[in-house]
Design a protein around this ligand. Structure first.
Ligand SMILES: Nc1ncnc2c1ncn2[C@@H]1O[C@H](COP(=O)(O)OP(=O)(O)OP(=O)(O)O)[C@@H](O)[C@H]1O
Ligand SMILES: [Mg+2]
Length: 314
């Protein structure tokens, strides 16, 4: 595989009925890594995933999946949980899982054995012989996930896998994703819940309005924002206040501002020399959530500005 990449995509473009859905997305997913595709509703995540898997063809651009230029050829070694869930309601959980494995080339008998193992290890042992229609929505989703990975694919692609799961099952899914990656499997998933990506992913893509707004390490996305300082002083006012950055806001007795480029120490000295009486001081690195809102939000704001300009010109 080229450069140890499980997925490599360049300039993916797709329009539906003349309306652009994905506009020049580049993605590189290292083998064995956990990769997140983040973006607001309608950003183009599902369309991107479908192009990566070869379910739909891009209008322009190229992609390689597990070394195959025709992604569909990799199907036997790929597991895909689509965004729209659905299983045969009358089939038993064991048969559904075995059947999904068989579609990817796994002998039915092995699929049945593995299904029993996965179900019983995850507290669903009582449901092995029960039909899908007797399961709750979250349980059915878990069964579908097992069917997605029963053939032990090299690449697992999950579209919004956390939605519809309670907190406990979300935690279980996080553990499962980590365990798969520890075995060398590549996992890629889409989400709008940033916390999952922050905990799991080495690299992420942020897509908004069909365009790639960021691609890289989670830490690099977070570094796009300056750390935030929170400060509470005993003394209300003094000459030291002029040393605070111009954009400092005071809420609930705290000053809040971005860490100045010069760092905290010159400011500290001024506060101490000026007798401000520091009672609380914290410097916090922004999380991925804030970085996401800034990156995706900027993109949306820019787009609105552009479309207003176009409207004005028209
Ligand atoms: N088959 C289709 N026909 C027409 N338009 C489509 C089709 N699939 C997607 N779109 C449009 O493409 C854009 C991107 O949709 P997509 O489903 O990829 O977004 P998403 O990021 O997965 O959103 P969500 O978070 O809601 O799942 C949307 O404007 C959507 O209406
Ligand atoms: Mg989607």
């Amino acid at each position: 595989m080229r450069g140890g990449l499980a997925i490599e995509a360049k300039g993916l473009f797709k329009a539906f009925d003349g309306k652009t859905a994905v506009d020049g997305v580049d993605i590189a997913v290292p083998e064995g890594s956990i990769y997140g595709i983040l973006g607001p509703n309608g950003a183009g995540k599902t369309t991107t995933i479908r192009m990566l898997l070869g379910i739909i063809d891009p209008d322009r651009g190229e992609r390689t999946l597990l070394g195959y230029d025709e992604p569909i050829k990799a199907a036997p070694i790929v597991g895909y949980l689509p965004e729209e869930r659905g299983l045969y309601p009358s089939m038993t959980t064991r048969e559904v899982i075995a059947f999904m494995g068989a579609l990817r080339g796994l002998p039915l008998e092995i699929g049945r054995q593995r299904a029993e193992g996965m179900l019983s290890q995850n507290g669903l042992g009582d449901y092995v012989n029960k039909p899908i229609k007797s399961l709750s929505k979250g349980m059915a989703q878990t069964v579908q996930l097992f069917g997605t990975i029963v053939h032990r694919p090299k690449l697992i692609v999950l579209d919004e896998p956390f939605s519809g799961l309670d907190a406990i099952n979300q935690g279980r899914l996080e553990s499962l994703i980590r365990a798969e990656a520890a075995e060398g499997t590549t996992v890629i998933f889409s989400t709008h819940v940033i916390a999952h990506a922050e905990r799991l992913c080495e690299r992420i893509a942020i897509i908004a309005g069909g365009r790639l707004r960021f691609e890289g390490k989670v830490a690099e996305a977070r570094d796009r924002l300056r750390p935030q300082v929170r400060l509470r002083t005993r003394v209300e006012d003094g000459a030291w206040r002029n040393a605070l950055p111009g954009n400092a806001v005071k809420t609930d007795g705290h000053f809040q501002f971005e860490l100045p480029e010069s760092g905290i120490e010159p400011l500290l000295k001024t506060l101490i020399d000026g007798g401000a009486g520091i009672e609380e001081l914290s410097i916090e690195r922004p999380g991925l959530h804030d970085a996401f809102v800034a990156i995706a939000g900027d993109a949306v704001a820019r787009e609105m500005e552009n479309s207003t300009r176009v409207e004005e010109q028209a």
